[in-house]
Ligand binder design. Structure first.
Ligand SMILES: [Zn+2]
Length: 57
């Protein structure tokens, strides 16, 4: 499953995959990996998006 322009780092296209740890997304453009757990935190703090970007590095 694809999530287009979903990457918080480079706005690249994210590929949603699942492994034994759960669901995660990773960016084809920069290799950034986003666990769904982090994703939920991310949407909870949408207003602090710029701050999150720094935190997730
Ligand atoms: Zn990216």
């Amino acid at each position: 499953m694809w999530r287009l322009k979903g990457c918080p780092k480079c706005k690249g296209d994210m590929l949603v995959e699942q492994d034994s740890y759960g669901q995660y997304e990773w960016c084809l453009q920069c290799g950034y990996r986003l666990d769904i757990k982090s994703l939920l935190e991310l949407s909870r703090r949408t207003e602090n998006r710029r701050q999150m970007k720094a935190t997730l590095r």
